[in-house]
Design a binder for this molecule. Structure first.
Ligand code: AMP
Length: 313
């Protein structure tokens, strides 16, 4: 089914909470001001190709009129999206020529500072939950309203590791999977070696730890061992913002679509996550994802499978 064709009466299989932001982004080649971004935007867009997804988030009065239409274009369920008095979340970052390096220039929580999400009844039954990057207190608030999820994943960042460690540790103790980048894994665990860091984080609660490595892919640590998914090699990357969120959205969407959580469905989810994220970075904001369909995803998935295929020893 193409995006935008979801039957809106369909039960939400995956709930995602996170930020909705107006991002100002500078790369060595371009600068874009106040474009639609935020962790929940990228994650829901990435998931929408696989399963019915419901968004939990808040926008301010200044949100551009087309924002909702963009989400609706992906077929995202918006009953968990609130509009509040005040300004929409703002974030600004600048990339170096090596786009794995980025500096944050500004973070304004604005309406997220007082956000109290109330989940629609339908969302509370959802089997899959993704707590995308946002204040851990907010992640906990959403977690407490979901009844008996089959699989919960969370993302976070250095800001929350440094400023909200206690609630973050509560989140980590309650989830099945935690996604973070190398620097965040080191900061959280106090271990420099990443294998040791991942093992230490698994002891904090989650069975799965995903280390996001930007253009170098992602590593999954689980009790079964380590699994590596490369990033799909691209000649041109316009904007890596939200790649991790798009990856996680594709990953969780794929799991929700399969309805299973086993070694095979987790590996397939890693591949779909990589593939969808690779499309996302081909343009700023959600622009490339808006032109994407499942046929294109499947074609790149096949190339990805060939790329990662090893002959038998
Ligand atoms: P990523 O590239 O995966 O780090 O995600 C970037 C997205 O996260 C941007 O669209 C931002 O709007 C959003 N973002 C940046 N900082 C924060 C924060 N402190 N809390 C929530 N979302 C954030």
């Amino acid at each position: 089914m193409d995006q935008g064709e979801w039957d809106m009466t369909k039960t939400v299989e995956l709930v995602v909470v996170g930020s909705i932001g107006l991002d100002t982004i500078e790369t060595p080649w371009a600068r874009h001001e106040e474009i639609l971004g935020g962790s929940v935007s990228y994650a829901c867009a990435g998931a929408s190709f696989f399963a019915p997804v419901g968004m939990v988030g808040v926008v301010g009065e200044d949100v551009p009129a087309e924002c909702e239409a963009v989400y609706e274009g992906f077929g995202i369920d918006l009953r968990g999206l609130q509009k509040a008095a005040g300004k929409t979340f703002r974030w600004s970052g600048v990339y170096e020529a090596d786009m794995n390096h980025r500096r944050t220039l500004l973070t304004e929580l604005n309406v997220f500072a007082d956000f109290q999400p109330v989940l629609p009844e339908d969302y509370r039954q959802a089997p899959f939950l993704f707590l995308a990057n946002i204040a851990p207190a907010l992640q906990l608030h959403v977690l407490s309203q979901i009844r008996s999820p089959r699989f919960v994943a969370a993302d976070t960042m250095d800001l929350w590791i440094n400023t909200a460690r206690e609630p973050l540790l509560e989140v980590i103790a309650a989830v099945d999977l935690l996604a973070l980048n190398d620097a965040e894994a080191r900061l959280l665990s106090g271990e420099h070696n990443l294998v040791k860091a991942a093992k230490k984080i698994m002891k904090m609660g989650p069975d799965y730890v995903v280390l996001k490595k930007g253009e170098h892919g992602a590593m999954l640590f689980s009790p079964r061992g380590v699994y590596v998914a490369p990033a799909y090699p691209l000649e041109v990357v316009h904007d890596p913002t939200g790649a991790g969120d798009t990856f996680a959205g594709g990953f969780m969407g794929s799991l929700a679509e399969s309805g299973r959580v086993d070694a095979e469905s987790i590996r397939r989810a890693m591949a779909y996550g990589s593939v969808v994220a690779s499309f996302g970075v081909e343009a700023f904001s959600l622009d490339r994802l808006r032109r994407l369909d499942r046929t294109q995803i499947e074609a790149r998935f096949k190339e990805f499978a060939a790329l990662t295929h090893l002959p038998q020893a």
